[in-house]
Structure formats: structure tokens, C-alpha cells
Design a protein. Structure first.
Length: 474
């Protein structure tokens, strides 16, 4: 496209972007128009033609996608650990795609390289690292993998060169850690069975005394402990492991400590909530997702470590790429500190958004989300039908509908299913132990008290309808 055709296309695209953004304020819109996979597949033209449909079809296809997608910008979208739209971040995403930078060398991404370095250095300051380095990754899952790879490198410095028999190496995680730690164990080479899940207390936090017991047990069995992964903000309950106590155990036993702060890292902006991560500065590495509570478009995730040399050694495979990396830029090319070669410019959107609101803006956001979560918890407490299922510290609110003589897991599963089919309030179904819970996450800038009141009302309405309709089922 060129000239008038391009101008008309961009005008049409801009109109659709504006309509989508403004649709978040339209109470007539659903968050999703629910269809089963088979129904959606049958009613949508997904074919890839032998002869192209031409440029006129582009906006039609965009219209169809926008009509059917989950509208994650809606305030009722409270399902995953992210939601809403940050316009500054969106602008950065558009410009990153427009300019199509790849982050392996300064030569090809000069200003983007300096922006990413500035982001990494600032986040290290906030965590409390006086020195070290980091890289943007494809998400918290890869951030956890980087942490475990660095732990392997520190424990076995030749592992990336000569190989690694992981059958006798053990890593320790919270019993409520994110499932990505299993992927990390697979990739690093220790296998699932050498990933020890440490018992948690009633609040969902790793128990330090149980960690000590597991380390002793592993050594007694002839195994080598090499990594501990603590969690700051668990996926279901939003629990924060006691980092100071865990760090002391890690240091006493010469074990690398990685902190999965993909969800809870934003607490560090707030004076009120920073204490949740007391001791993070004692960890060897941290991952932190800016695409979660900070609201950046997916993906925007940072891995940080105190040991720049260890990260460099893990990524030393890049030294073979003589066509990319040269000696005179070895201290500036970010590809030497990443597992990826081609890597998109994910730092630009965070840099633009950060410069717009500053640390103070992030702190205000965190505190507003926590206050709203307090409000939702209070609504649950006031309800004669609802019960909180876990003590709360972050913005995960886990509750369920109660009724005597009913299978509560079936009941709450059906409530959540009906919410999904209704397509307005999107929350997740999770488990705490054997109990099915409804989990709402406050991480969306458009959520307010009225949205939370509406959610509670919808859960109560569906629960009462189910009891009236099919009591014999239970």
C-alpha cells in the first residue's frame, strides 16, 4: 500500500483502535461473547487462501477478530494476573513493531539498547542490587528458567560446555509455586522428581523449617542441593514467601536463591507493601513481570541477577556468532546476556510508560489495587452466602459460595461456568488444597467499587439460581 490507499487504511485502523479503547466504558458490551470451540470454528472463516484476498480484506479480518476476542480492557476482566490497557505502553508496543528492532547488538538497536540498560539498572536499584545485570525475557516462566540455569552455572561452572548429569541435583520450591518451575527442571536437566516441593503454612508461604528439613534429607540421600526458588506473589493466593529467612538458609548452605516475583514485584514501589518482599536484596536473582500488575502489553518481563559474570557464562553460546558480535562492542551488545538471538524491543513500552508516571505513579497504582481488594474482601465478608478461602496479602481474592448439604466444589465450578457463559465477569476457577475457589484478581486500572459490587451480586445470583433449579443434583 502507498499514497491515498495507505492513508485510508491507517485512518480505518486508527478508528478501530479508538472504538476498541472506548468500548471499555460501554456497559452494553460484554467481556466476551461465549461460544464453544466447535461453534466458533464453524461460524468463522479461518481459511488461508491460495490466492490472497487483497488489502481490502485486512480491515474486515481485524473487525472479525475484535468482535470475537476477549475484551481484556473491560473492567470486569479479572481472570489472570493482568488486565486493562496502558495507553503509553500500547504506544510503545506500536512503535516497537513499526521500527522492528532486534535486541542482539547495539549496531542494530542503538537507542533501544540504552533504553533496556536503563530499565535493567533502575529495576536493580529498586530490588536492592548494587551490582549485577539482567535481560528482558519472554515471561516469568523463562525468568525462572534463567534463575535455575544461573544456579546450575554457579554450582557446576563447566555444565554449559561439558554437559550436566542432573540426576543427583536438587532444587527446592514452594508447594504453591508457579508450574513453570517444572519446565525449568526439565530444561535444566534435573527432571521433575528432583524438584522438591516444600510445605507451606496456612497462608500459602514456604515454611523455612520445612526447607531446612528437605535440604538435610536431600544431602542424606546423596543429592546436591543447588537452587531454591522462593515466590513473591503466588498464582492462586498471592502469598509472599519469607525471603529473609529463606535467604539465610540459602547462604548457610551455599545454595543459589532465585525469587519468582513475576506477580508480586510491583509491591517494591510502595512504602506500604514493600515489606512483603523484605530480604529480596539478599537473593542471587529475581524475575519480575511488568506485563502483570504494571499493565504493560504482553510480553514485558525482566530477569535480574547480582552476578553479571554468571549470566554472561550461561549465554556464552553467543560468542560463536562472529557475524553478530565483535570484540569492540562486547560490553554493550545485549545478545551476549540473553538466551535468544532475535529478540523484540520489549523495553520501549515500559520506558515510555515509566517516564509518564514515574515511581510515584506505580506506587499509587499498587496501593489503589490493594485498597480495591480490601473492598472486595469486605463485600465477601458481608455476604451471607460467600466465604473467603484464604488470608489475603496481595490482590488475589479467593472465595466461594457456601450452602449446606451441597457439594461445594461442584456448586462453585458451575457458578464460574455460568459467569463465563454470561460473558460479563471473567474470573478464574482455582484450587486451594481440595477446595475449588473463585479467584478474582485486581490488576486492571478500570476496576472500581461498582465493578466489584456487580461481581459479588452476579456470583450470589448464579449460586441461588443453581440451588433453586437442581437441588436434587446435590
Amino acid at each position: 500500500m502507498r499514497g491515498t490507499e495507505l492513508t485510508q487504511f491507517l485512518d480505518g485502523l486508527t478508528q478501530r483502535i479508538e472504538l476498541y479503547i472506548n468500548s471499555a466504558d460501554n456497559t452494553d458490551h460484554k467481556t466476551v461473547d461465549y461460544l464453544t470451540p466447535s461453534s466458533r470454528g464453524q461460524s468463522t472463516d479461518l481459511s488461508l487462501p491460495l490466492e490472497g484476498n487483497g488489502s481490502q480484506s485486512i480491515l474486515d479480518d481485524i473487525d472479525e477478530f475484535l468482535r470475537q476476542c476477549v475484551r481484556t480492557n473491560r473492567p470486569e476482566f479479572m481472570n489472570p494476573l493482568w488486565g486493562g490497557l496502558n495507553v503509553a505502553g500500547f504506544a510503545g508496543e506500536v512503535i516497537a513493531a513499526l521500527t522492528n528492532q532486534s535486541m542482539y547488538t547495539y549496531e542494530l538497536s542503538p537507542i533501544a539498547t540504552l533504553i533496556e540498560q536503563a530499565i535493567v539498572e533502575r529495576m536493580m536499584e529498586i530490588v536492592g542490587y548494587a551490582e549485577g545485570f539482567g535481560t528482558l525475557t519472554t515471561g516469568g516462566s523463562n525468568g525462572n528458567m534463567m534463575g535455575m540455569l544461573c544456579a546450575r552455572q554457579a554450582s557446576h561452572p563447566m555444565s554449559s560446555i561439558t554437559g550436566f548429569d542432573g540426576s543427583k541435583y536438587v532444587a527446592f520450591v514452594s508447594a504453591e509455586a508457579h508450574y513453570s518451575v517444572l519446565m525449568s527442571a526439565n530444561v535444566v536437566g534435573i527432571g521433575y522428581q528432583n524438584l522438591v516441593k516444600v510445605a507451606c503454612d496456612s497462608r500459602g508461604r514456604m515454611k523455612p523449617e520445612s526447607l531446612v528439613e528437605e535440604i538435610v534429607r536431600a544431602r542424606t540421600n546423596g543429592q546436591t542441593p543447588f537452587c531454591i526458588i522462593a515466590t513473591s506473589g503466588t498464582t492462586v493466593r498471592g502469598a509472599f514467601d519469607p525471603l529473609k529467612e529463606i535467604a539465610n538458609i540459602a547462604h548457610d548452605n551455599n545454595i543459589w536463591l532465585h525469587v519468582d516475583a513475576a506477580w508480586g514485584g510491583s509491591s517494591l514501589f510502595s512504602k506500604r507493601f514493600r515489606k512483603l518482599m523484605d530480604g529480596v536484596e539478599l537473593a542471587d536473582s529475581v524475575c519480575w513481570d511488568a506485563h502483570k500488575m504494571m499493565g504493560m502489553p504482553l510480553i514485558c518481563s525482566v530477569f535480574l541477577t547480582k552476578s553479571k559474570d554468571t549470566l554472561r557464562a550461561v549465554c556464552a553460546h553467543g560468542d560463536a556468532a562472529h557475524y553478530l558480535f565483535h570484540e569492540d562492542t562486547k560490553d554493550i551488545d545485549l545478545g551476549r546476556y540473553s538466551l535468544q538471538c532475535g529478540r523484540r524491543n520489549d523495553s520501549l513500552k515500559l520506558w515510555i510508560a515509566w517516564r509518564e508516571i514515574g515511581d510515584a505513579g506505580w506506587a499509587k497504582m499498587v496501593e489503589r489495587y490493594c485498597d480495591l481488594s480490601d473492598y472486595l474482601e469486605a463485600l465477601v465478608a458481608k455476604s451471607e452466602h460467600l466465604t473467603m478461602m484464604s488470608e489475603r496479602r496481595w490482590t488475589n481474592v479467593c472465595f466461594r459460595f457456601e450452602s449446606e448439604n451441597l457439594d461445594l466444589n461442584e456448586l462453585n465450578t458451575e457458578i464460574r461456568n455460568r459467569l463465563m457463559r454470561e460473558g460479563v465477569h471473567l474470573v478464574s476457577r482455582s484450587n486451594i488444597g481440595e477446595d475449588v475457589v473463585i479467584r478474582a484478581v485486581v490488576a486492571n486500572p478500570l476496576i472500581d467499587e461498582s465493578v466489584l459490587e456487580s461481581l459479588v451480586s452476579a456470583v450470589e445470583r448464579h449460586g441461588q439460581e443453581i440451588i433453586r433449579e437442581i437441588p436434587a443434583r446435590y
